[in-house]
Design a protein around this ligand. Structure first.
Ligand code: ADP
Ligand code: MG
Length: 503
């Protein structure tokens, strides 16, 4: 746990080096069938204005009723971030006018949020996640309503309003200004997304807007007080967050070095031009005339509810990664890759469970082979197909069958690659493919010896070189023998027989 090169990112200006300070406010849509204060549905991509209740449309006299599931998901999220859960919290009205906000106020939490301080550990070394770790503080998580959506591209002179999103529950997850580089912010956002997806409290689909980040950036000379920050709104990918920080920090350095001041303001990120633009000067909390929502009672959580939330938490990515290392004996890199996304870990565990059922090898040996195959062959294939692991054309069960054929010596590792290609193309079972296409590995010593004799006869010069001490040529003979046998010879037997033949 050391401060190192990656965490001392600096921008070089004319007057010296500048440090960048970053805090993220992440809006995460809560996974729930119904909205925060109404029973309307929350499905993405529905026809405009088909998921709007009278509450969401702010019809006079309609009253909000808190959705317990949304509160439960926010509490579980807080617990997963090791945060303080406030048993007493309260909703406030944040008042402003905009066409996507029929109520004229957003129900949010300012004074008494549901979740208090927590933290996220980020890794700055992909190859060895424990080599360089930094803790980023979480200030709070509050629960609030999302607004509707304005549609400006439907008509040449008119704008439309879609209220499907109005009233959907959001968690606003506010970090401390603890990040010091675009890389750290990227790692924080990826880790947060991973945890939310493990917990199941947000689907983390940044391209559908269900997770978006407001990026607060300031710059200072190392050791100085915090500078004035700007806030770039609604950035919707990890890459854009990193780009927005980079360009915004450089802009601030230029302004300051040319004698200007940073104005506290809200900015927009333009991904096409890779720059941020001023949107409006930033409001302070008092501009919104916050006050406790008189339509809602404070939230009081009892111990039974908290215990249920706690008990429902899954094993989280860091714990899982460490268990893969200690119990399954996996290399740190494999463990990190397999646990970064909940679906990958789930797929891997299904592969292991099936392997344990059909193979006799020890758990660690099975896990190592399975993890290498998943990260190498399966990921390679999925990348080519442009698919995620949950859309894999090969199931964990079929994968386990393939690994078992390698483990019991029926096919070699290189044959397994061929068989896997055929599985991807045809969807056939590996055992069937091996049987049908005669791909079985042979340990028939007579057949292998015959081929070795041929190879040696065709390469007499190399045999002489080998015998006069050029040991490296051994691999050449293995390769030639395997090739002549169509990859079907048992490599261990080939090695043994070659050693004997070459003397
Ligand atoms: P608001 O809700 O008005 O945006 P907050 O006090 O909740 O204000 O802070 C928002 C975010 O700004 C937090 O994530 C915090 O870490 C970050 N932040 C605060 N001060 C700075 C600063 N000087 N530089 C960069 N980020 C900052
Ligand atoms: Mg803010």
């Amino acid at each position: 746990m050391t401060e190192s090169a990656a965490s001392t990112y600096r921008i070089q200006g004319d007057t010296g080096e500048w440090e960048v300070v970053i805090g993220l406010e992440v809006h995460a849509q809560v996974t729930s069938n119904a909205k925060l204060f109404s029973g309307a549905a929350t499905a993405f991509g529905a026809e405009p204005n088909t998921q709007v209740s009278l509450v969401d449309a702010a019809m006079p006299g309609m009253l909000p009723v808190p959705n317990k599931e949304c509160i439960r998901q926010a509490v579980r999220t807080g617990m997963a971030l090791g945060a303080v859960i406030n048993k007493w919290s309260r909703f406030d009205r944040k008042n402003y006018f905009y066409a996507d906000l029929p109520q004229g106020y957003q129900i949010s939490q300012l004074y008494h949020p549901l979740v208090g301080e927590g933290a996220i550990e980020i890794s700055l070394d992909e190859k060895d996640p424990d080599a360089e770790v930094k803790t980023i503080g979480i200030e709070r998580i509050h629960v609030e309503q999302d607004a509707g959506k304005l549609m400006h591209d439907q008509h040449p002179t008119r704008s439309y309003v879609d209220l499907n999103r109005a009233g959907v529950a959001l968690m606003e997850i506010v970090s401390r200004p603890d990040m010091r580089s675009p890389q750290e912010a990227g790692a924080y956002l990826s880790k947060l997304r991973s945890i939310l997806r493990y917990v199941g409290s947000c689907d983390g689909n940044m391209d559908q807007g269900s997770m978006r980040a407001d990026v607060n950036v300031s710059v200072r000379k190392p050791g100085e007080e915090l500078g004035t920050r700007t806030e770039t709104k609604n950035v919707n990918s990890v890459r854009f967050v990193m780009q927005a920080i980079e360009t915004e920090a450089r802009r601030q350095v230029e302004v300051l070095e040319s004698g200007g001041r940073i104005v506290q303001e809200t900015r927009l990120f333009d991904p096409d031009r890779g720059e941020t633009r001023s949107m409006r000067s930033k409001e302070d909390a008092h501009d919104y005339r916050y006050f406790p929502d008189p339509d809602l009672l404070p939230l009081e959580l009892d111990d039974a509810f908290l215990a249920e939330c706690e008990a429902s938490l899954p094993e989280l990515p860091d714990a899982k990664r460490r268990r893969y290392e200690s119990d399954l004996g996996l290399p740190a890199y494999n463990a990190a890759v397999l646990t970064a996304e909940a679906e990958t870990a789930r797929w891997f565990e299904a592969l292991l469970a099936e392997s344990a059922r059909i193979q006799k090898k020890g758990e660690q040996e099975v896990a190592r082979a399975a993890s290498n195959w998943l990260i190498g062959d399966l990921y390679g294939a999925l990348n080519k197909l442009g698919r995620g692991i949950d859309e894999s054309p090969v199931s964990p069960e079929r994968g386990a069958e393939l690994l078992a054929l390698v483990a019991d010596g029926t096919i070699s590792g290189s044959l397994a690659k061929q068989v896997f290609e055929i599985m991807l193309e045809t969807g056939e079972a590996p055992g069937w493919i091996v049987e049908e296409r005669g791909l079985k590995q042979t340990s028939d010593t007579g057949a292998i010896e015959a081929v070795i004799a041929e190879v040696m006869a065709a390469n007499e010069d190399k045999v002489i070189e080998y015998r006069s001490g050029k040991d490296k040529l051994f691999g050449f003979f293995v390769g030639q023998t395997m090739k002549a046998m169509g990859g079907k010879a048992n490599p261990a037997v080939v090695n043994e027989l070659l050693k004997k033949a070459l003397g």
